[in-house]
Design a protein around this ligand. Sequence first.
Ligand code: PMT
Length: 398
Amino acid sequence: MTGTCVLGVTGGIAAAKASLLASMLVKQGLDVHVIMTEAACEFVAPLTFRTLTANPVSVDMFAEPGEWNVKHVSLAEAADVFVVAPATANFIGKVASGIADDLLTTTIMATRAPRVIAPAMNSGMYANPIVQRNIETLSALGYRFIGPESGRLACGDVGAGRLAEPERILDFVLHVCAGTGRPSLAGLRVVVTAGPTREPIDPVRFITNRSSGKMGYAIAGAAAVRGAKVTLVSGPVFLPAPEGCEMVRVETACQMRDATIDAAQEADVVVAAAAVADYMPASFSESKIKKSSGFGSLELSRTPDILAELGSAKGERVLVGFAAETDDLLSNAERKLSSKNLDMIVANMVGGEDSPFGADHNTVTILCPGAPPETFPAMSKLVLAHEILDRVSAICHH
Ligand code: PMT
């Protein structure tokens, strides 16, 4: 990802964690410029951020710049995204009240870039109705908030106030960037399935596949950041829950079927990115099967086809499937598109260097009934998720 990120750091113990975030943003390819408040400099040295970002760190509103410019204006204009992490109650209160008395508050007020705020403070302060009101005021003005998380705070209190984990902030920031300028999905109820399923053989063994859940989680996170109400039905994966989604965790294909059919009753859109096992053991052995018991063959039975079931009673719901194929990608995908009665299928080729399983990138062709196939270059699953949702939005508003 390219572009300029202004990272504001305010004065709290979590300022140390902001250095991790700065480093992650740089690794994504962003040109990161840090503005620190004077209080933040009590917790972390500007040199830390200067070293990590390879850019000068700004603190003082009236410092003589090397090259003459009005700093709060030039950084505000340069920003493609503006992140403040950690954001104190004081900072949030000042911005909500229109007070611009240092470089950070003046710059954030002058920017037109999307603004992401990650609060961190004592739990009592966070619960204070004044802080909550200020957050509501800024949210209503389009500022995006992430966290805080609950847990043990530096002051010894236990409760909400801990800075969201940098990975979580990063994922949210990338979605906000990728989703900016695209159609809003506000008002849409979206169900996404993701990950593999596990079909147990005995208490220690199961049948599964290589799906990591990344594609489905990217779609769920993208839909949520664009305002949809999202339910994510997830098989067992090792990913953090995407921001703003209702999570339903399942293990088997039968559990995924029940959870998805249930959530789909109220849904406008279902996107099935899960790699549901097609077969499950015909019976489950309560005790561990011994090698000596002739574990030579395993009788299998079919799992329910969730998407086909939804397609057979489609109604007004928009149905999006995926097809993972090793051969004849487009003809197999077309067959699934029509047999499952779908509005769209995303075809991805398995095998070779571009295999989508577990990767951060994917190369796909999108097929819709009666339309020519649309082939995309390799792109991150995060950006692809937004591309898919743009097309879903067009179908919904057709
Ligand atoms: O999770 P990642 O590591 O990010 O990898 C992403 C992915 C490769 C899993 C994803 O891009 C993908 O292709 N998902 C669908 C894989 C698949 O199982 O395809 P399929 O051709 O077997 O199934 C076709 C469609 O029917 C899929 O939308 C699937 O979710 C759905 N299906 C399949 C079987 C079943 N019993 N019920 C279903 O709903």
